[in-house]
Design a protein around this ligand. Structure first.
Ligand code: FNR
Length: 368
């Protein structure tokens, strides 16, 4: 029986062995932007666990674009070099190495979650975590208690666009096969899109085409810098979830425009413009899948679905029913890094541990 979840997917010259992605997840464990052994082991175990596509966390294109001092960065060649052994290991395990490129905008200069998850303050200096000046489309904080950003000038925007392009060039050089631009969760590019956070009156604000201009320029620059035979994803918040915010209709329009600019996959998340992405509510399983399904149906673009996808049958149905082309797992795969291998077994897509790394599978097949 063919199970679409476990069928390969070709994107330009890159083939995923299955439709299971590890969603980008910040680890707050980098040293001045450099990847550490933590990242190698953390990402490596998902590749050993059978995921077809393994994303790094949001990797900052400039130092001020980090959420915390612990974020990965790719604003210099030596930081890219520190990622090369990770991409080599992921590839050796049969996974496609993917990087999410991000700039945190007005949600930068934060404490690591376990140190408080709030804006960096004087109290954090003792740990060496010094706050920095943050930028955004408009000088509006996310909410009370958050830092107030400086409104970017057109020259700031042009520099950030070039930072994304330079980051994409480095990402290709150090071995990534998929790049994703982070335009979700209220970070810099999402904050340009949303009328909640973008009150500019110049060409980067106003109507939705104006608010999307910073993202379009970023996509154009990245697409030109990123090899033509490698796929480009964009993660969006399909809805802001805030009153008078960005809507699903806006996202359908945006996806069509992004397709024309050479984007291959829209990764459909939501929320985050006014604080944490799912603040104050416990969403139901697969709550963002309808966004991926509608964008896919109305634009013909490929989509990645994410958000409380935890069960093998649930993931299989999303792909089989044409709601998304790829399913991304976050917290569930933190809990079980071998989720793809277990799902293949549960769904009958494999037998006798044949797709497990032989270092494990040889033994486990004989234990039964
Ligand atoms: C995240 N998420 C996230 N999203 C993103 O686009 N870039 C990122 O760097 C991060 N970082 C991050 C860290 C951690 C620890 C978690 C748990 C989440 C969001 C994540 O990719 C995913 O969209 C959500 O977690 C929803 O999926 P799950 O966890 O319900 O499968």
């Amino acid at each position: 029986m063919t199970i679409a979840l476990f069928s390969p997917l070709s994107l330009r010259s890159v083939t995923l062995k299955n439709r299971i992605a590890v969603s980008p997840m910040c680890q707050y464990s980098a040293g001045d932007g450099f990847a550490t052994d933590w990242h190698l082991v953390h990402l490596g175990k998902f590749a050993q666990g059978g995921a077809g596509l393994v994303f790094t966390e949001a990797t900052a294109v400039s130092p001020d674009g980090r959420i915390t001092h612990g974020d990965l960065g790719i604003w210099s060649d030596d930081r890219a070099a520190a990622l090369a052994r990770i991409t080599a290991f992921l590839r050796a395990q049969g996974a496609v190495p993917a990087i999410q490129l991000g700039h945190a905008g007005r949600k930068a200069s934060m404490q690591r979650p376990w140190f408080g998850n709030a804006a960096l303050s004087e109290a954090d200096r003792a740990r060496g975590d010094v706050a920095w000046d943050i930028v955004a489309p408009s000088a509006l904080p996310v909410a009370d208690g958050w830092l107030t950003p400086r409104a970017m000038t057109p020259a700031d925007i042009a520099r950030t666009v070039e930072d994304f392009a330079a980051a994409a060039r480095r990402a290709a050089w150090c071995g990534f096969d998929v790049a994703e631009i982070h335009a979700a969760h209220g970070y810099l590019l999402a904050s340009f899109l949303s009328p909640v956070s973008n009150r500019r009156t110049d060409g980067y604000g106003g109507d939705r085409a104006g608010r999307a201009r910073a993202l379009f320029e970023t996509v154009e620059a990245v697409r030109a810098a990123w090899p033509a035979d490698k796929p480009l994803f964009v993660r969006i918040s399909a809805v802001d979830g805030a009153p008078d915010g960005w809507t699903l209709d806006d996202s359908v329009w945006l996806a069509g425009e992004l397709a024309r600019l050479g984007v291959d996959v829209i990764d459909c998340s939501s929320g985050g413009i006014s604080g944490p992405a799912t603040a104050g509510r416990t969403p139901p399983p697969g709550f963002q899948v309808p966004y991926a399904a509608r964008i896919r149906a109305e634009t013909g673009l490929l989509t990645q679905a994410v958000g409380l996808i935890t069960e093998p049958a649930q993931a299989a149905a999303i792909v089989a029913e044409g709601k998304a082309d790829i399913v991304a797992l976050g917290r569930e795969i933190l809990s079980d890094p071998n989720w793809p291998l277990h799902a293949a077994d549960a769904l009958g897509a494999e037998s006798a541990f044949e797709s497990w790394p032989q270092q494990y599978g040889w033994w486990l097949a004989r234990r039964r």
